[in-house]
Design a protein around this ligand. Structure first.
Ligand code: NG1
Ligand code: ZN
Length: 509
């Protein structure tokens, strides 16, 4: 009982603004930082309960990712580095919205529903994760939670352990890159003035001569995510401010907490070319499929996308590469879930958030091939590359640094320029807009968010607008991280995509 009295007393120091209702969305709670004090306190409580329930270490990540600097966010990380389950998301929302007097009842409700033994020790690492590690990128925390709960099997649960694991795997991979010149080892990185920049600086020493990074927007001057970062580049379809690159050179942008990455270059005519999450998943899945063939391994590989995936990428994967593609709702937890159904699941949101999952069986088969003395030379080489690919990937969550190292290794091994990568398929011109409405929750969707079921008449209106354009597609959905409705349109020409997005946004009002 004493516990609850203490909770009740302490929670008064973090009062909930009356009437404020927030929902645990695609990326936890996220809003203006001034509304989050009570949420942080309550999520600390919930993380402790989750830890007691799972008898494992739970992570608490405080970040606003790609949002403006005045926002903040918090999410809980489950034992294997993944997002918490839907039931617990529901608990989080209930706890967050309980008025002061009802907080203890809400807590007791969770304890009862989940049959939690309150005297079970909660792993203090949970609470300390953020403080203990100080500032880390979102993916680093996910990684460390996973290491901690797999008794080091996944790696060492420290910042150095993370740098070392990734850079070692990167070296092993780039050993296979013959004829890679120093010029090709150069990469410009836009750190979005976020934590990724700080961590990349620390990691540079580990990468030695294999990758030469020029870092821009490293937080020394500019504002977080302001006119830079992966989200800005993807949505605006232009280079971040502050980045200086010559035509043809490779550049990439992280988002504020370094779990997203997009690549780009400008051509001789100064035209900007974006290589987003779809281009990344195509590059990675093609690479993996080729290695599987060379290794003689029969493993089911698939790509998971969302409604935002460019139709050209889906068609290329299905028709040319013969890789099955699944479409899920927005939010990496949905993509991850679908990816788990395959031996190798490559999942990326178009905005550059994603990673690759390998089933235990797949990892074991690769391992056996590497260890089997009768494996022939070509198969063995492919198996070793596959094994190092597994090691460079952060399977816990999408990770800009890990994705960057994998992409750099693939380009080096294949001797491929960014232009050649870009030429694999041509994106359909597209446009994303956001619309402020009175209540974004009035829009309800189905079919992996590709169709609106409410309000009545909206989908019919979209359908008739789409018909006016060639090779067009459009959909709307309420954002889970901002108080807006997002509109997406793609069509044969940029003008057409822009017009369609604008017309659809008018239909949303
Ligand atoms: P919302 O705000 O629900 O669209 C955005 C991204 C998601 C996901 C989350 C979490 C788009 C269109 N949406 O969600 O894909 O990454 O943020 O960061 O990019
Ligand atoms: Zn992010």
């Amino acid at each position: 009982m004493a516990h609850f009295q203490i909770v009740s007393k302490r929670s008064c120091l973090h009062p909930k603004p009356e009437g404020l209702l927030l929902q645990y969305g695609t990326a936890g709670f996220r809003t203006n930082a001034k509304h989050l004090d009570h949420i942080m306190f309550r999520m600390g409580l919930l993380a402790t309960l989750r830890s007691k329930k799972t008898k494992a270490t739970i992570g608490v990540m405080v970040t606003a990712s790609h949002n403006p600097e005045e926002d903040n966010g918090v999410k809980l990380i489950d034992p294997l580095g993944e997002m918490v389950t839907p039931t617990w998301e529901g608990f989080a929302t209930k706890l967050a919205n309980a008025e002061q007097a009802d907080l203890v009842t809400a807590l007791k409700d969770v304890i009862e529903k989940e049959a939690i033994n309150i005297s079970q020790e909660a792993n203090v690492f949970t609470f300390y994760a953020f403080y203990y590690y100080g500032l880390v990128t979102t993916p680093m925390l996910h990684y460390m939670v996973r290491c901690q709960n797999t008794q080091g099997e996944y790696g060492e649960a420290t910042v150095e352990g993370y740098y070392k694991k990734l850079s070692d795997a990167f070296f092993q991979l780039t050993k296979n890159a013959i004829n890679c010149t120093d010029d090709q080892k150069h990469l410009s990185v836009d750190g979005a003035n976020g934590i990724g920049a700080v961590k990349l600086r620390e990691m540079e020493g580990y990468l030695k001569n294999e990758l030469h990074i020029t870092l821009f927007n490293d937080g020394s001057k500019g504002k977080l995510n302001y006119q830079c970062g992966a989200d800005f580049v993807k949505v605006q379809q232009k280079a971040p401010t502050g980045l200086k690159m010559n035509p043809g050179e490779r550049g990439c942008s992280f988002d504020g907490d370094a779990d997203r990455i997009v690549y780009y270059y400008t051509d001789a005519e100064e035209k900007f070319h974006l290589l987003d999450g779809d281009k990344i998943s195509t590059l990675i899945s093609t690479f993996l499929k080729e290695l599987l063939t060379q290794a003689g391994l029969v493993l089911k590989i698939a790509v998971v996308q969302t409604a935002y995936a460019n139709r050209s990428s889906t068609q290329y994967l299905e028709d040319i590469m013969k890789v099955p593609v699944r479409c899920t709702k927005t939010g990496v937890k949905h993509l991850r879930h679908a990816a788990q159904e395959f031996d190798i699941g490559v999942f990326f949101e178009a905005n550059g958030h994603g990673t690759v999952l390998f089933s235990t069986a797949a990892e074991e088969k690769i391992q056996q091939l590497v260890e089997n003395p009768s494996t022939d030379e070509e198969a063995k080489r492919a198996a070793v590359i596959l094994q190092n690919t597994v090691n460079v990937i952060n399977q816990a969550v999408g990770d800009a640094v890990s994705d960057m190292l994998l992409i750099e290794a693939i380009l080096a091994i294949k001797g491929m320029t960014i232009q050649q990568w870009d030429a694999i398929y041509t994106d359909l011109p597209n446009r994303q807009l956001k619309v402020k409405v009175l209540d974004r929750r009035a829009i309800d969707t189905t079919d992996a968010e590709r169709r609106a079921v409410s309000p009545a008449g909206l989908q019919e209106a979209i359908d008739s607008l789409v018909k006016k354009h060639r090779r067009a597609r459009s959909f709307v959905r309420p954002s889970g991280t901002e108080d807006v409705v997002r509109v997406y349109a793609e069509a044969e020409t940029q003008e057409s995509a822009d017009t369609l997005a604008y017309e659809v946004s008018l239909a949303v009002y």
